[in-house]
Design a protein around this ligand. Structure first.
Ligand SMILES: Cc1cc2nc3c(=O)[nH]c(=O)nc-3n(C[C@H](O)[C@H](O)[C@H](O)COP(=O)(O)OP(=O)(O)OC[C@H]3O[C@@H](n4cnc5c(N)ncnc54)[C@H](O)[C@@H]3O)c2cc1C
Ligand code: SF4
Length: 511
């Protein structure tokens, strides 16, 4: 008799560990354990989402005749760890082998690799074939390349899966339509609401459990409206394709006050726990293009995120771990300011993005990258603290995708293995791509002094502070030329403003 362990982000009917099982005799184990729910103090909505989706998935498998053991979080016999629960089942049954699909995180993979010795049983770890490339394929692609640029990996994936291709190459003649995807938010945009599901009885029970057992975790539990079954997640995808995909490209980088969802898909939660597969999302988007429902810049942009970025960051993660986790190329050390938890800041862009993160366990890519991440970069925040924050606050966060985005894309802490230069911007970028500055206490057009937008002087302070590390980067040349042209007085003003600002956040004063 085999024991198959299904993890909380493995809620896919096509899961590799399910193949070859004898549904009546072999045991399927799913468990809500303390060690996984609290290794970082996840957002309340994320815990509720994962537990509810797990319970719905278990119910479905049970209905299909699988012999399933589901351990709830508040089961008095719950040992609180995966190994504890696996050992408990083994002690009560004649288990001869354990099987599971490869876990998504290095931490867990290392732990599970020690199980054969601990359990004195064979443990088979199967490939997670829900992804479109394997870590081994990525390593082969990466071998011998001086730079691992996403764009080239993406083109190979387009060819491999024949996505948006015609006989002569990419449809439309170009691989990438990003240049058309940087429209500022127009006035009078009528942004459709995100997909919402009314919590059913199972979800209600989980919500009560989260309130009781995780009261001190970050974030608002209610309102809770995420999809928790595959059918609901497919409906969420359909709603995106029908209502938002057509403008996804145009407004991909745009931010509007009190519009947290914009034209993004809001499917990362569902993809990352297995309710949706990447290929079906890509195929639906491609079909929408062929049916004339959405233009090429939107469809290509969306497909690139999934076929390109998502697979690429996973490849980087497995290629570079475990060293990647401790990377700190810029030697950034500042603790995470309190306002990342409270949103209590006068910088309206930060207040908006943190408040929305707290309410929704979601912020879209440009909020994560160019507001919250940009600040973390220019303020020199400690990568460990920043990674912990991103892993904890978003309902789609798992280390394999969070870490490369934060350490590589946002903080340049890997010294440029992922991004060719730091994604760094002053207030002018935020002002161009959002309407946040209009409601801000600071003046985006003012460069120095107490009323100046902090992003303005911190940007130049960052460039100056990291001269020794970044001047040699060919893509930073124009920034250092501008810095070199600045008068001594101007540079002093930047330093003084930055010093005043840092002193205030270090003293936990409101900035
Ligand atoms: C600092 C930072 C942290 C991030 N942390 C996470 C995370 O923990 N989990 C996560 O899934 N994504 C993360 N991302 C990537 C991206 O921001 C989210 O995938 C996206 O915002 C999810 O919202 P959506 O489903 O509406 O995505 P859309 O904008 O609609 O994009 C569609 C899908 O493409 C994929 N995708 C888009 N960009 C990326 C990317 N850079 N890396 C990997 N996949 C991508 C996602 O699966 C996403 O659902 C992070 C980005 C940054 C800059
Ligand atoms: S003025 Fe500066 S701090 Fe205020 S919203 Fe604009 S970019 Fe953010």
């Amino acid at each position: 008799m085999k024991l198959c362990l299904i993890l909380g982000d493995q809620l896919s009917p096509t899961l590799s560990s399910l193949t070859g099982l004898d549904p009546q005799n072999d045991i399927l184990l799913m468990c809500e354990v303390r060690s996984e729910a609290t290794y970082v103090k996840h957002h309340k909505k994320k815990i509720a989402f994962v537990f509810s989706a797990m319970r719905h998935f278990a119910k479905k498998l049970s209905g299909e005749g699988y012999n399933i053991r589901y351990i709830k979080y508040d089961d008095p016999n719950n040992t609180g760890s995966l190994i504890g629960e696996v050992a408990r089942i083994i002690s009560q049954n004649a288990i001869t082998a354990v099987v599971l699909t490869a876990p998504g995180e290095h931490r867990l993979k290392t732990e599970i690799e020690g199980w054969p010795a601990t359990l004195n049983l064979p443990v088979t770890i199967k490939e997670d074939d829900r992804f479109l490339s394997t870590p081994a394929e990525f390593a082969t692609w990466a071998e011998g390349r001086r730079q691992l640029r996403m764009e080239y990996f993406y083109r190979e994936m387009r060819r491999k899966y024949s996505v948006l291709m015609d006989q002569n190459g990419p449809i439309g003649g170009q691989w990438n339509y990003d240049a058309e995807n940087r429209k500022p938010p127009g006035s009078g945009l009528d942004v459709p609401d995100t997909f919402r599901v009314q919590p059913d009885e199972i979800t209600q029970e989980v919500l009560a459990l989260v309130e009781t057992h995780f009261p001190d975790h970050f974030g608002d539990l209610l309102p809770f409206h995420f999809a928790v079954t595959r059918d609901q997640a497919v409906a969420a995808l359909d709603q995106f394709i029908a209502k938002r995909l057509n403008l996804f490209g145009d407004y991909q980088d745009a931010m509007i006050q009190n519009e947290p969802w914009m034209y993004h898909s809001h499917i990362g939660f569902y993809l990352n726990c297995g309710l949706l597969t990447p290929l079906e999302c890509i195929e639906r988007a491609e079909a929408a293009y062929h049916q004339g429902m959405a233009p090429l810049n939107a469809v290509e942009g969306f497909i690139r995120q999934i076929l390109g970025w998502r697979e690429y960051v996973r490849g980087i993660y497995w290629l570079k771990m475990p060293d990647y986790k401790s990377a700190n190329f810029l030697e950034a050390k500042r603790p995470l300011p309190d306002f990342y938890w409270t949103a209590d800041t006068q910088m309206n862009c930060m207040r908006q993005c943190i408040t929305e993160t707290k309410q929704n366990a979601y912020a879209h890519h440009i909020q994560r990258l160019m507001v919250l991440g940009n600040f973390a970069l220019i303020a020199g925040l400690d990568p460990d603290e920043v990674n912990n924050w991103y892993l904890l606050v978003y309902a789609d966060a798992y280390e394999w995708v969070e870490l490369p985005n934060v350490t590589g894309m946002v903080l340049f802490a890997d010294g440029g293995q992922l991004a060719s230069k730091p994604y760094v911007a002053s207030g002018a970028y935020i002002n161009k791509m959002s309407n946040y500055c209009r409601a801000c206490k600071y003046k985006v057009s003012v460069k120095n002094g107490p009323n100046a937008c902090p992003f303005n002087y911190l940007y130049w302070d960052f460039i100056g502070r990291n001269d020794g590390k970044l001047r040699g980067n060919p893509r930073m040349g124009f920034m250092y030329k501008s810095l070199d042209r600045m008068s001594a007085e101007k540079r002093q003003e930047i330093q003084d403003d930055s010093h005043r600002f840092f002193t205030a956040i270090d003293a936990n004063e409101k900035v």
